[in-house]
Design a protein around this ligand. Structure first.
Ligand code: ATP
Length: 432
């Protein structure tokens, strides 16, 4: 098994991620998140939200709709440009993204060379809104969260009395009918984005663009991601999206190679200009200093929750041997670990006092677990596999000395601490 297959298996075994509609054969490129996956996603969103407040200027949040009007996606350029090149193998009927394969070579599935012409495939999911089925009822599931930010920009600005520069941020689902969803959570058809659009004066872009690139890079090292596995890559001219004047990707070295984790793009005033033109509404702002109106420019930071989820899993996944026994451990930073600590009575007879300690800590708002079943060794293995940084064990001596044993996930070293110090110990681990 390669590393990605092992991660997929662990995710299912421990309740991080399940294939959507699995009992019906699954829906390709669509996943459900189990209890631990849900916690991890929540921690990722929270860490991102905190990280986005890096400047003194305001950042406001928006929750846009998932369904978007045809006119909006027409204005944004998505109905015309949001497509990938598609090619079919006429022999085995498999579909490929033309830029993923070498059309000079044979099909990797059937070994024949029988390609159709390359054609553009629209990635947006189209639907009908209301009972009418004419073209006026066409709507799309959003392929990115950004457009609702542009469309609501004026409303947000005027109802919150903010001045340029400022940001509007959003986390939420996006949908793309990817030709070949693959590599688990890397390329999905339904996924979640975390995007921040930074509105500034045209001549401020050169100042803010590098600031945001740096801030976003810091976010990943702050999450504990191995520095050598992160790199910045500037897009070449031919690679830029239709809206972008400049893009820097933050790439991660996945088990399947270096790939985009986050994109930071200078979108210029493309989006606001397009929406002004198409809607007939003036989206310019007035500059008190120059006494002139202008259309703000935008620096965008965009990352997928699920892609970051996969990054964190790949980065944390470790196999090692402790005392002659092999184990799998997720070395998550305590900040994003789904469970912060586990409370384990040595044997079931000791469950009552340990469960009381556990409840006290849980009541203080820590995401912790109590586990009394099976041998302690087995329980440690489970906590290692789900990335719990600390395990507290209550044994026969605890009754006498009011202490527990605390075991460190990464070193497996154990020390004895007073029960009173448990919360402090967890706090110290979270602020690492
Ligand atoms: P790619 O080149 O990988 O298709 P993109 O350049 O089209 O990505 P963007 O439109 O810049 O991606 O999307 C911003 C972020 O959203 C990406 O950096 C990625 O983290 C996430 N993302 C995009 N598409 C997907 C997807 N199909 N599944 C999971 N995450 C995605």
């Amino acid at each position: 098994m390669n590393q990605l297959d092992k991660i997929v298996a662990l995710c299912k075994r421990r309740g991080f991620v399940y294939q959507s509609a699995e009992i019906y054969g699954g829906l390709n490129g669509v996943y459900d998140f189990g209890p631990l996956g849900t916690l991890l996603k929540k921690n990722i969103r929270e860490a991102w939200t905190q990280s986005i407040f890096t400047t003194q200027q305001p950042i406001l949040f928006l929750e846009g709709s998932l369904l978007g009007a045809h006119a909006m996606w027409e204005a944004s350029g998505h109905t015309q440009n949001f497509s990938d090149p598609l090619v079919d193998c006429t022999n085995c009927k498999r579909r490929f993204r033309a830029d993923d394969i070498d059309l000079e070579k044979v099909c990797s599935v059937c070994g024949k060379k029988a390609w159709t012409d390359v054609r553009q495939f629209q990635l947006m999911f189209q639907t009908q809104v209301g009972a009418a089925t004419d073209s006026s009822s066409i709507a799309y599931l959003r392929p990115e969260t950004a457009q609702s930010i542009f469309v609501q920009f004026k409303n947000v600005m005027s109802t919150n009395r903010v001045k340029i520069p400022f940001g509007i941020a959003q986390t939420g689902k996006a949908f793309r009918n990817e030709i070949t969803p693959k590599q688990f959570l890397f390329r999905m058809r339904e996924f979640e984005q975390m995007e921040m659009e930074w509105f500034c004066k045209p001549d401020q872009v050169d100042e803010f663009f590098p600031l945001w690139v740096k801030a976003r890079e810091n976010f990943y090292t702050h999450l504990g991601i191995i520095k050598d596995k992160i790199m910045l890559r500037e897009h070449g001219k031919g690679e830029l999206s239709h809206y972008s004047a400049r893009t820097t990707d933050i790439e991660y070295e996945f088990p399947f190679g270096w790939k985009e984790l986050e994109g930071i793009a200078d979108r210029g005033n493309f989006d606001l200009t397009q929406h002004s033109k198409h809607s007939g509404k003036d989206l310019a702002v007035y500059d008190d200093e120059t006494k002139q109106s202008y259309i703000p420019h935008v620096v965008e930071c965009s990352v997928g929750v699920d892609r970051l989820f996969l990054t964190l899993l790949c980065d944390a996944y470790t196999e090692d041997t402790i005392g002659g026994e092999e184990r799998t451990v997720l070395k998550f930073s305590p900040k994003i670990a789904p469970i912060k600590a586990a409370f384990l009575p040595l044997i079931k007879k000791l469950s009552e006092p340990m469960s009381k300690i556990y409840k006290d800590i849980a009541a203080k708002g820590y995401m912790v677990e109590f586990d009394e079943s099976g041998s302690v060794g087995k329980r440690y293995r489970r906590q290692d596999e789900i990335g719990t940084p600390l395990c507290f064990t209550y044994d026969f001596e605890s009754v006498e000395d009011n202490c527990v044993t605390v075991r460190n996930r990464d070193t497996t070293k154990q020390e004895r601490i007073s029960i009173e110090k448990i919360e402090e110990y967890i706090q110290a681990s979270l602020s690492q």
